[in-house]
Design a protein around this ligand. Structure first.
Ligand code: HEM
Length: 203
């Protein structure tokens, strides 16, 4: 399988462009590969999913998804997820629809703590922070400035059932805008990586 790809510019000296693996470790059931550029790739040994961390990150969004499958040669130099999603205007449009859905979802607002916060937090600010976060994890120029996921969600007592409702809202929004399957899969990998910081409630 491919952990990372490295484009060689044929007009420059080749061996100085090679990127070697600096360290290999097993951590939490994952193979952690550190390149000599200090980019860290985490390989889930069960699913073979490769995720990449290359920016300082708040707890909760630690990993930037790269690919869920070994890339085909033609994918090696593919544009970032941010570019494939169509940049910030497209991302903001999708987030706008999604947050409207989430903030009015009775399956989520049946939880009193969620309901209280959904009626206290101004939707525009909430959408701003989520848009910034998606741009950031998808490889755009944004930097997430909000609170870490655990800190903003630990008081909400969110249950696995509420998580399912949230993911169902997400699916509806992705389908409404016709986000292609590979980009949907990458976005879901990113969102799923926050599960442990968000779902604190029991049932
Ligand atoms: C069942 C799932 C979820 C529910 C019910 C939920 C609900 C909420 C609520 C009510 C707030 C406002 C908290 C407050 O300010 O007091 C919030 C904040 C936030 N949520 Fe979620 N959330 C969920 C999952 C997620 C996921 C998966 C992400 C992103 C991957 C996310 C991103 C954010 C962001 C960026 C904020 C703003 C943080 C800040 O205030 O700085 N949420 N969420």
């Amino acid at each position: 399988m491919t952990i990372f790809t490295n484009r060689i510019d044929p007009t420059l000296e080749e061996d100085v462009q090679w990127v070697f693996i600096k360290a290999l470790n097993i951590r939490d059931g994952a193979l952690v590969v550190t390149s000599e550029r200090d980019t860290i790739y985490r390989v889930d040994l069960k699913t073979k999913t490769v995720t990449k961390s290359e920016r300082p990150s708040p707890a909760g969004v630690k990993w930037q998804a790269t690919t869920t499958h070994p890339p085909m040669p033609s994918q090696a130099n593919q544009p970032s997820l941010y570019e494939r999603l169509g940049g910030i205007y497209s991302i903001a449009t999708v987030v706008d629809n999604f947050i409207d859905r989430v903030m009015t979802d009775p399956r989520l607002n049946d939880n009193p703590a969620v309901n209280e916060a959904h009626h206290r937090v101004p939707p525009a600010g909430f959408k701003y922070l989520v848009t910034e976060m998606v741009g950031w994890v998808a490889g755009g120029p944004q930097k997430y400035t909000g609170r870490p996921m655990r800190e903003s969600h630990e008081q909400l007592n969110i249950t696995p059932k509420e998580w399912e409702a949230f993911m169902d809202d997400f699916q509806q929004t992705l389908d409404k805008f016709g986000v292609p399957a590979p980009e949907q899969a990458e976005l879901k990998t990113i969102v799923n990586s926050t599960y442990g910081d968000i779902v604190i409630g029991k049932s």
